[in-house]
Design a protein around this ligand. Structure first.
Ligand code: 13P
Length: 251
């Protein structure tokens, strides 16, 4: 049985005050013990969020890491080594905002994935097609290439310690959620691609859906056989909404 997971990607949001408030409100939430819950604050708030959530059943991850491990001359970057040192357990890799806005390509993403795992962090590899790509009928080709690039570079075994998030770009922050059937179709194809390499890894890998997940659509999405939880953006900034999504995953 794959344990359900709900992850909150806070993106470039929050001040010290609003983050403290969000954590205080998360404390008031009834959170299900059966669900693995993670939040991804901005790097700036990572240390304080890790400390503040210490007694709570919510893990903390980073939104990005450097292509290089260790320490050195790489201005502006933060290595997986440093993230592990402050206590982060997870890192988002290949989010579409980084692929599309910042131009991160397949090789950079492979290196970040490798650096994260080398430091014991669990990468959450994000995959997804744009609206144009979906309309052109190339969703599985695009998602397949994004996934195959990491499999070819890191090996299928690396997915025993990774999570995959399918996030159609057209559904992110748009209020346009993929229907449960649309999401399930891609999730099944992703699991199928993993299975071509290793059926056991495919059966145990957790595949999250991301893109306008809300309290009122979460249960239907999470009921699909290949959807093991969600990667939640906007709704994760509201503790009540996030709590409700976590409870939907627990039911
Ligand atoms: P929204 O939930 O705001 O659509 O964002 C999804 C996302 O990009 C999570 O990584």
């Amino acid at each position: 049985m794959r344990r359900k997971m709900v992850a909150g990607n806070w993106k470039m949001n929050g001040t010290r005050a609003s983050v403290a408030e969000l954590i205080e409100s998360l404390r008031q939430q009834q959170l299900p013990g059966s669900v693995e819950m993670i939040v991804f604050p901005s790097e700036l708030h990572l240390g304080s969020v890790i400390e503040a959530l210490e007694a709570m059943p919510v893990g903390v991850g980073a939104q990005d890491c450097a292509v290089e491990r260790g320490f050195g001359a790489l201005t502006g970057e933060c290595s997986a080594t440093q993230l592990a040192d402050v206590g982060a357990g997870w890192v988002l890799v290949g989010h579409s905002e980084r692929r599309l806005v910042l131009g991160e390509g397949l090789e950079v993403i492979n290196r970040k994935f490798a650096a994260a795992q080398a430091e014991g962090l669990v990468p959450v590899l994000c995959l997804g097609e744009t609206l144009e790509q979906r309309q052109a009928g190339s969703t599985m080709q695009v998602v397949g290439e994004q996934l195959s690039s990491v499999i070819a570079d890191r090996g299928i075994g690396s997915f025993a310690n990774a999570v995959i998030a399918y996030e159609p770009v057209w559904a992110i922050g748009s209020g346009l959620t993929a229907t449960p059937d649309q999401a399930q179709e891609v999730h099944a194809a992703i699991r199928g691609l993993l299975a071509e390499h290793d059926p056991q890894v495919a059966a145990s890998a957790r595949l999250l859906y991301g893109g306008s997940v809300k309290a009122d659509n979460a249960a239907q999405l999470f009921a699909m056989p290949d959807i093991d939880g969600g990667l939640v953006g906007g709704a994760s900034l509201k503790a009540e909404e996030f709590g409700a999504i976590c409870r939907a995953a627990g039911n």
